[in-house]
Ligand binder design. Structure first.
Ligand code: HEC
Length: 270
């Protein structure tokens, strides 16, 4: 058996053990901690990282160009450590961009792919894996072990942070929820899920550096834009536009609050 087959076998075993344990007593977070330990040297997100790396180097789109010239903020073609400094201000687009909005820029300008083709279905399911998601897996994996160092110097970076901070506690929708309703106190739980308190530096850091992540319950790799989307849904808000200014501002707020923590993604979630 080769390494992949082994990893796959270990994964399936761990998953089976996890699922039978989860049916027994015990909090979901304890079970997830156990599960994580079992497969600590093999997160299935690695397959997405590998797929992303291959795609990154492959000429594609109408321009038959690879992503290797994509500028992620540290210089053309530099992927290593780039995610730990995102979101940030980019002079060429004159705006603050998170990873996914920056990948959109590269895919549209370098590869010539129409933006709507990407933003109309940016999240995968069991039958479909968008390239942008695999790029995300590859790029974030290249920041594993790097200290979060999101710049907050340019006026537009400061502005995005302030907007993100305000949105985070903005109450609206049918239940008058804000992000802080679920993420503004210690030890809150919904359906056995521990909710991170983003007013607490440690919680904010731990949550942010563990995303994007492979979600065991869905068997899929999920990006940070997906995470935000899902919480907008939980908040009973309309679905935000993919990589819109508001989502980038929220990412800026959360990423900056995670500064100085060691980036540990792609993570592994229930
Ligand atoms: C109704 C409650 C609720 C609201 C409101 C809510 N969330 Fe969440 N959030 C959750 C739950 C539940 C989870 C854990 C989900 C899971 O594990 O499946 C979560 C998880 C997260 C995570 C990942 C944490 C981790 O450690 O993995 C982030 C980041 C996040 N939310 C951001 C936000 C933002 C930003 C907002 C506001 C736009 C928001 N949430 C609003 C319930 C909520």
């Amino acid at each position: 058996m080769n390494t992949h087959t082994w990893k796959c076998a270990i994964f399936i075993f761990a998953l089976a053990t996890y699922c039978s344990d989860a049916l027994a007593d015990g909090s979901a977070s304890d079970e997830i901690a156990k599960y994580r330990e079992m497969i600590s040297d093999g997160n299935p997100a690695e397959f997405d990282e590998m797929r992303g790396e291959d795609l990154w180097k492959k000429p594609s789109g109408p321009n038959k160009t690879s992503m290797q010239k994509c500028e992620l903020g540290k210089g053309e073609g530099i992927v290593k450590g780039a995610y730990a400094e995102l979101p940030r201000y980019f002079p060429d687009t004159d705006r603050v961009q998170d990873l996914e909005s920056r990948l959109l820029t590269c895919m549209t300008t370098l590869q010539g792919i129409p933006e709507k083709d990407i933003t109309s279905k940016p999240f995968g399911n069991e039958n479909y894996k968008p390239d942008i998601e695999s790029y995300v897996a590859y790029v974030v994996g290249q920041s594993k072990g790097v200290k979060m160092n999101v710049p907050l110097k340019h006026p537009k970076e400061k502005e995005a942070y302030e907007i993100g901070k305000r949105i985070f506690s903005y109450r609206a929708g049918p239940y008058d929820f804000a992000c802080t309703t679920c993420h503004g106190q210690d030890n809150l739980r919904i359906r056995m899920q521990d909710l991170p308190n983003f007013n607490n530096k440690k919680d904010s850091q731990a949550a942010y550096v563990s995303w994007p992540a492979y979600r065991v319950s869905q068997g899929l790799f999920r990006s940070f834009q997906w995470r935000l989307n899902d919480c907008f849904r939980q908040q009973r808000f309309p679905e935000p536009e993919y990589a819109s200014e508001m989502t980038i501002a929220l990412a800026m707020f959360m990423a900056t609050n995670a500064n100085d923590a060691i980036y540990a993604g792609p993570g592994l979630k229930r």
